[in-house]
Design a protein. Structure first.
Length: 334
């Protein structure tokens, strides 16, 4: 196989990993409901409704657990930077804000939906440190349900209930229209928020089949935001309607808080469920991430523009050799 084919074929989607057991947790899961006898045909919704669930001004304070390695922090940083580049949402290192994300290795890949108040866990365990998985979980935290949970889902996808493993049927529930909104966007098979066609399968067969020909193989395979994902993100946070009378300062270097992140011990549960509020953090001098490995003298360049998405593969036994040549800069070999 070519190096790129080896890299891509060596990956598994989030839905095929044992780490993925249903990634909507906490208050959002308890509130999710749908009346199967109601007719919501033609209603398309999947962003959580309610200003209380939005992060004020699109600013999301976060704390990163000390359990992450430098290379894992770099992947998380790249995912956050994608939001900075493509939306008006900004992730900032928490200083004193009462409402914030606590990103840690807990039990697979999961997040609540939208801002819930106080310390809010986003779990990115060892099997979750991939660019596409991280932007998926952060999109939950920002306020989005899964694409297949829309009330109009059955107009676009057939759920094969018999093939779903025991205990996982709740992962295919639809969200109440009072809980979500898609701003008029059509159902998107290519959304980063869509399940794979074989998610939670008990027998290796499809659990969802697209009604549109050719789309079953597309679902859950996206490596990045779809155009529809970005339109909805920008619509939810009014990114295109903010006043332009004053210049917007560039975001703080994303590597800074990931090199010396604020940390919280897992045993430390002494925190307040404070009322929703947010204040801008004071400026801090930037730090630089240094992943240089002195024993390997290579040309400092990436031969593949998407190397940052697969940085987690830099130290795997199978892919370390092709990665050091194809993605030398990302893997820190120069």
């Amino acid at each position: 196989l070519a190096a790129r084919d080896l890299l891509v074929n060596g990956l598994k989607s989030i839905w095929q990993l044992n780490k993925y057991r249903g990634d909507v947790r906490g208050k959002a899961l308890r509130r999710r409901q749908f009346d199967s006898n109601s007719n919501f045909r033609g209603v398309s919704r999947n962003a959580r409704i309610g200003s209380q669930y939005k992060w004020p001004d699109g600013v999301v304070p976060y704390v990163l657990s000390r359990d992450y390695s430098a290379s894992e922090r770099a992947i998380i940083a790249r995912a956050m930077q994608a939001y900075h580049e493509k939306t008006c949402i900004k992730f900032v290192a928490r200083t004193h804000e009462p409402d914030y994300l606590y990103i840690k290795k807990e039990d697979g890949c999961f997040s609540d939906v939208g801002r819930t108040g106080g310390r809010q866990t986003v779990s990115l365990d060892d099997g979750c440190i991939y660019y596409r998985t991280i932007i998926h979980e952060l999109m939950h935290a920002i306020g989005f349900w899964h694409e297949h949970e829309r009330p109009d889902r059955d107009d676009f996808v057939d759920v094969i209930w018999y093939n779903i493993r025991a205990g996982a049927h709740s992962q295919f529930q639809k969200v109440s229209p009072s809980e979500s909104n898609t701003f008029g966007e059509r159902y998107d098979y290519r959304s980063i928020m869509h399940y794979d066609s074989k998610s939670f399968s008990k027998n290796g067969r499809d659990t969802m089949v697209a009604r549109e020909p050719g789309m079953t193989s597309v679902m859950g395979k996206s490596d990045d935001f779809s155009p529809s994902d970005l339109r909805r993100l920008n619509a939810l946070y009014n990114c295109h309607s903010r006043p332009n009378s004053r210049p917007v300062p560039p975001p703080s270097p994303i590597i800074r808080p990931l090199v010396r992140p604020p940390v919280i011990d897992d045993e430390d549960d002494d925190y307040d469920e404070a009322p929703f509020s947010i204040r801008p953090p004071p400026p801090r001098p930037p730090f630089r991430l240094n992943l240089k490995i002195p024993f390997l003298d290579l040309i400092c360049t990436d031969m593949w523009k998407d190397c940052y998405k697969w940085a987690a593969m830099c130290r795997t036994s199978v892919l370390e050799v092709p990665m050091r040549f194809v993605c030398a800069r990302t893997c820190g070999h120069c």
